[in-house]
Design a protein around this ligand. Structure first.
Ligand code: NDP
Length: 252
């Protein structure tokens, strides 16, 4: 039921942080994994890490803000690994700034990286996901898909929209045998949050106190959700968003 042998996954931002957690979960359950990121050294290290799990893995350089680059990423995945069954739209970024100081450039950078990329990666992947008969799209949202924060107008707008994109693609592509779901990470210890943890007074204590789990999340916490959503066990689950947050979002 959870076996992904013979399936191919493509993970944007799969070269580190939560993306590498998703990639490990898929690899551990038998999928071959194409890691897509900008940094060739990180890409290569992630491939090695996945191969050490016994998986088939490869990497492709991509700038997810560029539609042509997304098309080339999908084509490369199919060329190297033969098919594409599972697309994980994980690459993301944040620019923390009060709304009165957000520039148009900031806005476009965050929206293009977090939201527009997911739409057009999914569009490029659609023919292959459909052809394989067991297509999966897994998008990465955030606690800021559901909450607001003062310095996160662009980020929260992008992540809220990722949930709606998930539902829209799910309704459109169910007829093609494709499920589309979303993950809502809580506060996870990665390169992306290290600055916030350092700079936002009280954040570290708040996360530990509010999350019933009593700790920050780790990339390893994302292995299971990726494997589950990708598996046959989740064949009748589509359009959902599952929080992986140690309970942060259920406690006021
Ligand atoms: P990281 O900074 O470790 O990961 C970000 C990833 O995105 C990197 O692999 C990076 O690759 C890739 N990336 C960024 N911009 C681009 C681009 N233009 N083209 C291609 N790849 C790009 O942070 P996280 O693991 O924390 O973040 C992963 C996802 O999880 C993001 O969508 C983030 O919003 C989300 N998230 C994180 C939370 C957290 O607490 N950490 C909470 C909620 C959501 P490269 O280094 O090669 O550029």
């Amino acid at each position: 039921m959870f076996d992904l042998s013979g399936r191919v996954a493509l993970v944007t931002g799969g070269n580190g942080g939560i993306g590498l957690g998703f990639a490990r979960g898929l690899a551990r359950n038998g999928a071959a994994v194409m890691v897509a990121g900008r940094d060739p050294a990180k890409n290569a290290a992630a491939v090695t890490a996945l191969e050490e799990l016994g998986a088939t893995a490869a990497s492709v350089e991509v700038d997810v803000t560029d539609q042509e680059s997304l098309k080339a990423m999908v084509a490369r995945c199919v060329e190297v690994l033969g098919r594409l069954d599972i697309l994980v739209n994980n690459a993301g970024t944040n620019i923390r700034r009060p709304p009165e100081q957000v520039t148009l450039q900031d806005w476009h950078t965050v929206l293009n990286t977090n939201l527009t990329s997911a739409m057009f990666a999914a569009q490029a992947a659609h023919p292959y996901l459909k052809a394989g008969g067991v297509g999966r799209v897994i998008n990465n949202g955030s606690m800021l898909s559901i909450f607001g924060m003062p310095l996160h107008a662009a980020y929260a707008s992008s992540k809220g929209a990722v949930v709606q994109l998930t539902k829209s693609l799910a309704t459109a592509w169910a007829k093609d045998g494709i499920t589309v779901n979303c993950v809502l990470p809580g506060w996870i210890d990665t390169d992306l949050t290290r600055g916030a943890r350092r700079d936002i007074p009280g954040l570290d204590d708040n996360v530990r106190a509010r999350a019933p789990a009593g700790r920050w999340g780790t990339p390893e916490d994302f292995e299971g959700i990726a494997a589950f959503y990708a598996s046959d066990a989740a064949a009748y689950i589509t359009g959902t968003s599952i929080a992986v947050d140690g309970g942060y979002s259920i406690q006021g």
